[in-house]
Structure formats: structure tokens, C-alpha cells
Ligand binder design. Structure first.
Ligand code: GLN
Length: 254
């Protein structure tokens, strides 16, 4: 009987582990510590992406979250999920915090609380070399590629209509569609834009900025205590230069 019970437990453990998807624990020796489960979409370099071994999520957000967790004496775990499920995940408690190059917006503030801000994002336009799109004014009537659920998606859909916007699961897929002429341009945050353009020949980022935004972490409205602690930690990490150093490590001055 005991054996069967042990077997059932083992199976349950495997099943529940598998249900978590890609999970990276960054603090192996910290089993007794309280968990800080972070949700992100690890296709957004340099904020979150997989390192060369394809196993570990690295980047600005991963490092800031780790520094916050260390300050709070918590163990950080990172869960990779679709960008457009992140806010639901934090609302339902599936994750404690979202760090995802996430833009603070009034609409999102209705469903989650935001931490203090830690970086600036700019929505930019990627086109093929030789494109007739030279600025935001030329976007009307074009097919715009975006990452589903992002502010780029929301603004472009509002301004140019659903028919002119094609949504993709991540920025790399939107950029691939640009290469294949399925879209005329991609609207996305400037730092991932730079890394996608660097990785693909024949693309450029237009000088014009479509929108300037602030990034912050999102926490459930039911978890004011965590928001307060995270904010205190982030203020310290801002004041002592840790956050600046992390940003400078991944974003080289032009
Ligand atoms: N900053 C954008 C947003 O919050 C995109 C973030 C992302 O794709 N990870 O919508």
C-alpha cells in the first residue's frame, strides 16, 4: 500500500512539475526561502531571453528580479509564458510578479498594481531597407506587425484599425514576417528592435519614436504587502547604482 502511495505521489510530482512549463530556479541552495515566482516572456532581448545553452533565462529583468529577491531573502523562480497571459497569471496568483519590459498604462493599472519604474521603453518602427515608410505619418493603410497584447499592438490597433495590424506571438516572428513581406513594418520596443535588426540583414529602425513609455513590474492588487517590499528593494537598488549597472551591462551606449 505504501509503495503504491509513494508511486502515486511521485507521478503527481512529475505531473505538477511538468505543468509549470519552463521554470528556471536561480538560487539552488535556497530551498527554505520564501518563493518569488516571476512571470515573463523570454523572447524580448535584452530584457529577457535564453542564454546560449537554451536553458537559462537571462537579461535585465532576470537580473533585477534576482537582486530584488536577494534583498527580500526570497528564492527567485522564473516562468516563461506568452506575453498576453502574463497579467492574468499575476492576477490569478500563478506568478507573484511580472518583469517583462512591461509598460505602465492606465488600462493595465485597473487590473494590476505596478512597482516603481526602472527603465524607459520607446515604441519604434522597423522597416526593410528601401521601404517607403519614413515616419509614423506613413503608417496609415500599411500592414503593421506587432507582438500580441503589447502596447505597440494596442496603439496601432486603436490608431490604424484591426485590419491593418497583424499580431504575432513574439517580436522575432513579427520580424520574420517583415522579411517575408507579410507585413510592411513592425512596431516594437526599441531595445528588442535593435537586437532583431542586428540579427537580420536588410532591416532598419526609423528615427521617429512612436511612443515613449515607462517599464515597471506588475503585482496582484491583492498583494499590497509584496508591492511595498518590492518597491523598497527597488528604490535601494536604484539608489546604490545596481539597476543602472544592470541596464548598462545589457544596453551599450551608442
Ligand atoms: N513594453 C511592451 C508592453 O508592455 C512590450 C513588452 C513585451 O513585449 N515584453 O506591452
Amino acid at each position: 500500500m505504501k509503495k503504491i502511495l509513494a508511486l502515486i505521489l511521485a507521478v503527481l510530482m512529475v505531473v505538477s512539475l511538468a505543468a509549470c512549463g519552463t521554470t528556471t530556479t536561480t538560487d539552488a541552495d535556497a530551498t527554505e526561502k520564501a518563493q518569488l515566482v516571476m512571470g515573463t516572456n523570454a523572447a524580448f532581448p535584452p530584457y529577457e531571453f535564453y542564454d546560449e545553452d537554451g536553458q537559462t533565462i537571462i537579461g535585465i529583468d532576470a537580473e533585477i528580479a534576482k537582486a530584488v529577491a536577494d534583498k527580500l531573502d526570497m528564492e527567485l523562480t522564473i516562468k516563461d509564458m506568452e506575453f498576453d497571459s502574463l497579467l492574468t497569471a499575476v492576477q490569478s496568483g500563478a506568478v507573484d510578479i511580472v518583469f517583462a519590459g512591461l509598460t505602465v498604462t492606465d488600462e493595465r493599472k485597473e487590473s494590476v498594481d505596478f512597482s516603481v519604474t526602472y527603465a524607459t521603453g520607446i515604441q519604434v518602427i522597423i522597416v526593410k531597407d528601401g521601404s517607403d515608410i519614413a515616419s509614423v505619418d506613413d503608417l496609415a493603410g500599411k500592414t503593421i506587425g506587432v507582438q500580441a497584447g503589447t502596447t505597440g499592438d494596442i496603439y496601432c490597433t486603436d490608431e490604424f484599425g484591426q485590419d491593418n495590424v497583424k499580431q504575432f506571438g513574439n517580436g522575432a516572428l513579427a520580424v520574420a514576417a517583415l522579411q517575408n513581406d507579410q507585413v510592411d513594418c513592425v512596431v516594437i520596443d526599441n531595445e528588442p528592435a535593435k537586437s532583431f535588426v542586428a540579427a537580420n540583414d536588410g532591416l532598419k529602425i526609423l528615427e521617429t519614436e512612436y511612443a515613449v513609455e515607462d517599464y515597471a513590474a506588475a503585482i496582484s492588487k491583492d498583494n499590497a504587502d509584496l508591492t511595498e517590499k518590492v518597491n523598497a528593494a527597488m528604490e535601494e537598488l536604484k539608489a546604490d547604482g545596481t539597476i543602472d549597472a544592470i541596464l548598462a551591462k545589457y544596453i551599450k551606449a551608442e
